[in-house]
Design a protein around this ligand. Sequence first.
Ligand code: SF4
Length: 327
Amino acid sequence: MKDQVRLLSVKDLRVHFSQKKSGGLGKPLLIKVVNGVSFEVFQGETLGLVGESGCGKTTLGRAIMRLGNPSVTGTIEFDGREISGMGNRAFRSIRKQMQMIFQDPFGSLNPRLTVGQMLGEVLSVHGIAKGEKARTRIDELLNLVGLNREYYNRYPHEFSGGQRQRLGIARALAVNPKFIICDEPVSALDVSIQSQIINLLADLQRDLGLTYLFIAHDLSVVEHISDRVAVMYLGKIVEVASSKELYENPKHPYTKALLSAIPNPEPGMKKERILLHGDMPGPMNIPPGCSFHPRCPVALPECSSREPVFRELRDNPGHCVSCILYE
Ligand code: SF4
């Protein structure tokens, strides 16, 4: 951990959606997408949040930013202030300090606005700059994300995927945030471009003192940028550790399976792949006991009836896991 000052603290967060049954009869179904998640993000660090598609990681990020309209319980504290119960007006000033970068940069940019209009609008709406000052700030932002200032009059469709993600990053930086949720920011990009964007995010973090929650479905993506990594399965965090510890000494069988899927970088060196049975069930069919038990290669009989406790390993402070084998 680079710094012990806590910037974000999430406690027992639950995000549920209700869905009408077909025909509209009876009680609506409750879909528990995030199901009791607690974690902290310290100032200046990157916490990687990893799990298969559908595990609830994006919903978790969106709930922190108050996007969408789910039912949210639990507490969220940002920079020492409890924000989950805050009215929308008070939250607006906090929202400026928390930004989000999205997976699909094209979908998140208005196709009818030029770069100058898009960034100018953000600066104006937040009362940061107008006119000449805004132009100067936009030039600065383009420079920060490695884009030419002459792109000012171009439209999003004139850029490549990597350039569009740079624009998404510039838009997030326009309001001088402290904290950015990066929601799969490189998943839609070619592998060669992915490392450029990750390096850019790492440079910006160092230069601007940013803090990141970096969401990805693949452990190999978050390895180099994360100080700590949290692994999520079916709406819950099942393991958290420093990046080095998690990659060298994983404990949870799910983390071990995800790590075994990363190809070995040394040619000729083969890794034994841990294959999981079946797919992750949906949030409407959460299995009892340990929700991972139907797929777990080392499940015990009690795993189907008893939910493991998420706890810190006795001999390894900071490494927490939710598995009966480590209780
Ligand atoms: Fe596997 Fe049981 Fe541990 Fe769950 S509690 S991960 S089923 S061993």
